[in-house]
Ligand binder design. Sequence first.
Ligand code: SF4
Length: 329
Amino acid sequence: MDAISYERAPDAAAAIRLASQPGVVFIGGGTNLLDLMKGGVARPVKLVDITHIDGLDRITALPDGGLRIGALARNSDTANHAWVRDRYPLLSQAFLAGASAQLRNMATVGGNLMQRTRCYYFYDAGFPQCNKRNPGSGCAALEGNNRIHAILGASPQCIATNPSDMSVALAALEAVVRVSGPQGERAIPFAEFHRLPGDRPDLDTTLQRGELITSVDLPPPLFAQHSRYLKVRDRASYAFALVSVAAALQMDGDTVTSARIALGGVAHKPWRATETERMLAGKPLTRATLQSAAALAVRDAKPYRENGFKVELAQRAIVRAVEQAGGVA
Ligand code: SF4
């Protein structure tokens, strides 16, 4: 067993200073990190407990009409917050689709952003081939069990998917991740927070060493009337998405004036279906238009031996989610 030290950070500055050393990681709810440590997948030398930093769990209104969700806000508290339910129902639905009630009560928004893939081989520390866990060792999923893996944006180094439901909704809402680190504060547009695997699948995000997520900022609500988070999975609860869709529309009568579509379960990061969005804008919400638009989302899909079903499933899920968002289903 490896020795691990633990320190409770009294404030953000102390947390950042402590985490600027190699092998030091933050712990909040711990719902993913502790699993990884118990399995020998994560081997930190020190845990910095950030749960006592004042103010990081607050949810507050922003002057522009948006919402700031503190990084330590619990998933269940955020999902059930009146402002989130009323103004960002897409996000509330995504939270409630994730994990179990017990896990949502512990898990934090910042930790949800940092969730690691559920690839079977990544979680089995006894399995030698995994570029994400053991860089340069290969990818067992390429020729192995890859039913839950990516069909978009993968690389020969890694075909894992991001497991977060919350992040799919945040991608559609174009949230901003605020971080504080040794070089100061910065705001990361959501599309730039998670990475595609490329030749560094060991890196899930663009965070730098020592950077602490302080909040997720939501822009003013545009889609409260017409949005839907649809998750397709093997069982009705406590399962990760095979495919999920966050659909957010602005409508003028039956016509879509603007659309945001993000997919989960198909790529190493939440996947924006921008061509689908462009095709839907300015058009009446008909089944034929939707099917053509959904096909664009998977035009560049590259399925593997066991996950070809996701190509059709993603299209059907887009059609259903957008119809439900638009009130025509
Ligand atoms: Fe590892 Fe990624 Fe391959 Fe899974 S898909 S075995 S996480 S390298």
